[in-house]
Design a protein around this ligand. Structure first.
Ligand SMILES: *[C@@H]1O[C@H](CO)[C@@H](O)[C@H](O)[C@H]1NC(C)=O
Ligand SMILES: *[C@@H]1O[C@H](CO)[C@@H](O)[C@H](O)[C@H]1NC(C)=O
Ligand SMILES: *[C@@H]1O[C@H](CO)[C@@H](O)[C@H](O)[C@H]1NC(C)=O
Ligand SMILES: *[C@@H]1O[C@H](CO)[C@@H](O)[C@H](O)[C@H]1NC(C)=O
Length: 327
């Protein structure tokens, strides 16, 4: 698995920083490191920094299964809670409402999968292309826990649908705050991604027809969903906790009528925060390649040099800020 081994020298880090790049995708495993009395192997994997300005070793070296994409979390935490249009928002009657968003891949793009972050006050059933993907638990204040799903997508047209249930106010019954907060990162076959969120492109209905979740359902008569508050504002504040842990990919059947079109097309945003580098200026790519070769040579040199000397641990204090210990 590990391609290169070397001591994680502060000098090397400084060099990598000044080059502004790191050998993309290479997992670098330095020698074991002493932690207390134990000598443990460490693994470092390098991830491309979300900031197009370059790499940041400190913030991006990490290796955690099930980590949520930064862009997805940003989109989730900056999107708006939505619901149907009600008389006293964000309060709504204790009833079910339905929501749909149809995502059409930009020309030339082939959607492969999506990762979805979702929170609903109070309960939900979530469908992709007519398939039930998840339902909320029935615990109180379930909206405080965002749910994550990874699903396979159809190449061109994909329909995300939610049945949301608002429960009566816990103290006095009757209307209570209701909202849907969602962000979806669509993966394309070329490695680029699009982000959509509850902030735009969703339609909503108070009367829920049978088959509302189906890709072939025509939602053109539904109203646009009403934005209530941006995440962080309103009754929900910043109380939604993100999920952790690995997420299984749910393989969905490709819809029979994957050419069907409805009106609520989400506007795709091609972001720069992907792993493909297709949006990098040419200069940055050339600079990156040259920098990468220099760094690789240095890595090999440092490795060879260290192999000839008795092994001892240096820079452990520095290391601790950079590494993920594997016990
Ligand atoms: C992409 O990264 C930049 C810089 O880190 C950030 O400001 C921006 O919000 C990110 N875009 C998305 C869609 O998350
Ligand atoms: C998106 O694609 C990348 C590789 O192109 C893959 O590593 C990643 O797991 C995919 N994400 C999802 C949510 O499937
Ligand atoms: C959806 O319904 C509207 C009218 O209700 C109609 O104009 C439109 O053509 C329909 N779309 C499809 C794809 O059938
Ligand atoms: C992507 O990067 C280009 C150039 O680096 C910049 O002009 C553009 O605004 C960026 N787009 C996003 C969504 O960050």
């Amino acid at each position: 698995m590990s391609v290169l081994k070397f001591a994680w020298e502060p000098l090397l880090i400084a060099l990598i920083r000044s080059c502004g790049i790191l050998v993309a995708g290479v997992v670098i495993a330095p020698p074991p490191v002493q932690v207390g009395n134990e000598v443990v192997p460490v693994e470092i994997s390098a991830w491309r920094k979300t900031n197009p300005a370059g790499w940041d070793i400190n913030s991006q070296i990490e290796k955690r299964d099930g980590e949520l994409p930064v862009a997805l979390v940003n989109a989730f935490q900056s999107s708006s809670w939505i619901w149907t249009t009600e008389t006293d928002p964000p309060n709504a009657p204790a009833l079910d409402r339905a929501f749909r968003s149809t995502f059409i891949s930009p020309v030339g793009k082939v959607a492969t999968s999506a990762i979805i972050l979702l929170s609903v006050d109070d309960r939900f059933s979530f469908y992709v292309n007519g398939n039930l993907v998840g339902t909320s638990p029935t615990t109180p204040d379930n909206w405080k826990n965002a749910h994550v799903y990874i699903v396979t997508l159809a190449p061109t047209t994909n329909v995300f649908a939610i049945r949301g249930t608002n429960l009566p106010d816990v103290n006095i019954g009757g209307p209570s705050p209701a909202g849907v907060l969602a962000a979806i990162q669509v993966n394309f076959s070329d490695g680029l991604t699009s982000l959509l969120s509850s902030s735009g492109g969703w339609r909503a209905t108070k009367v829920i027809p049978d088959g509302f979740e189906s890709p072939s359902f025509n939602d053109s008569q539904w109203d646009p969903a009403s934005p209530l508050f941006k995440y962080g504002e309103g009754p929900w504040l910043t109380d939604v906790v993100l999920p952790t842990g690995a997420v299984p990919t749910i393989a969905l059947p490709v819809p029979a009528s994957s050419t069907s079109m409805t009106q609520s097309t989400a506007i795709p945003t091609i972001t720069n925060n992907t792993t493909s580098g297709a949006h990098e200026p040419v200069g940055a790519i050339i600079g990156g390649v040259i920098g990468g070769i220099i760094v690789l040579l240095l890595v090999v040199l440092v490795y060879l040099w260290r192999k000839r000397r008795p092994r001892y641990i240096r820079g452990v204090k520095h290391l601790n800020t950079l590494i993920h210990h594997k016990v």
